[in-house]
Design a binder for this molecule. Structure first.
Ligand code: DAH
Length: 338
């Protein structure tokens, strides 16, 4: 029996060397320790041993069992740590790979232009204010000296809503709102959206304007020219020439439009400027006394000037896209170019 035990021990240790998987280890365990296992069988035979043999063989059997149990345990641990290592290797992340660049968003080209315009005027001391896009006929027209029979009130130009409301056709109504809410002096610009029933290569039904208003004692037309010339030089460059042409606006008297030398041909004359060498960029004028009265300012006390410009138009002088509607088609191939 002693020889049998030693043979079992040797065979089991030998078999353990070849075990490569947890399943194989388990079958081997059953082969030796199971209910009908080799070691179990030998132990069952202990009953037939003589009194003298029993303690000796019993001791040996226990030793064999203990040493095999240890060997199985060691193999099990080795298999587990090997498995763990393989798993870690398989799941490893290669941190030396270059990262993926996130896609960066940018300001819309019209907003980029609007921000430049704002920056120039705020540096000159103008405050940025805003007003509602849904307006009343009073603020959009009447208070701006634009009587009911004025052609600008035509259904073809204005988006009318119900109850005398409309989408503002320009940012000028904010002049009145500011005068109603603050005392002179006033030095503001009003960036924001305006709406007109218009749709062609140079018009979209929604567009952006920057309105300006400066009111104080003894403000003159030459100050208006000074501010606007400085603005245009900063936006379009020192070489840019400007001219003021007489014009008519209901809310200013006298009124003018300001032209700059064409940004395409630099004044030579080309298709973009209708071969005149000039391009109109804004309307302006001295605030009409009627407008002061509508805003509860006393035209005997204060004078002022106002101006208004279209942002898409100015953006397009810079970017020269053939159809201004492209700005609002949300085509990333277009927008990514700015
Ligand atoms: N509101 C005018 C427009 O939309 C632009 C304008 C012209 C505004 C002259 C002014 C101004 O304040 O004085 O065409």
């Amino acid at each position: 029996m002693k020889a049998e035990l030693e043979a079992i021990q040797a065979a089991a240790l030998e078999a353990l060397k070849d075990v490569e998987t947890a399943d194989a280890l388990e079958s081997l365990r059953i082969e030796y320790f199971g209910r009908r296992g080799k070691l179990t069988d030998v132990m069952k035979g202990m009953g037939q041993l003589s009194k003298e043999e029993r303690p000796v063989i019993g001791k040996l059997a226990n030793e064999v069992r203990a040493s095999l149990t240890d060997a199985f345990e060691a193999t099990k641990n080795a298999l587990e740590s090997e498995h763990q290592e393989q798993k870690l290797k398989a799941e490893a992340i290669d941190i030396t790979l270059p990262g993926r660049k996130p896609a960066y968003g940018k300001a819309h080209p019209v907003m980029q232009t609007l921000e430049r315009i704002e920056a120039i005027f705020t540096q000159m001391g103008f405050q940025v204010v805003t007003g509602p896009e849904v307006e009343t006929e009073h603020y959009n027209f009447d208070a701006l000296n634009t009587p009911p029979d004025h052609p600008a009130r035509d259904l073809h130009d204005t988006f009318y809503l119900t109850d005398g409301h409309l989408l503002r056709t320009h940012n000028s109504p904010v002049q009145i709102r500011v005068m109603e809410s603050q005392k002179p002096p006033v030095r503001i610009i009003v960036p924001g959206k305006a709406y007109r029933v218009d749709y062609d290569v140079s018009h979209t039904p929604m567009f952006h304007q920057v309105e300006g208003l400066l009111v104080d004692r003894h403000v003159t037309f030459s100050e208006l020219k000074g501010v606007l010339v400085s603005f245009a030089r900063q936006l379009f460059g020192d070489q840019t020439q400007m001219r003021f042409r007489p014009h008519f606006f209901p809310f200013t008297e006298p009124s003018a439009e300001m032209d700059i030398t064409c940004t395409v041909c630099r004044g030579e004359g080309c298709r973009s400027c209708g071969h005149t060498g000039w391009i109109e960029i804004l309307g302006a004028g001295a605030v009409d006394p009627e407008v002061f009265r509508a805003g509860n300012y006393d035209p005997e006390e204060v004078t002022g000037f106002a101006f208004g410009m279209g942002v898409e138009r100015i953006a397009n002088l810079q970017f020269r896209i053939p159809d201004i509607r492209t700005f609002y088609e949300n085509d990333l191939r277009f927008l990514k170019q700015f």
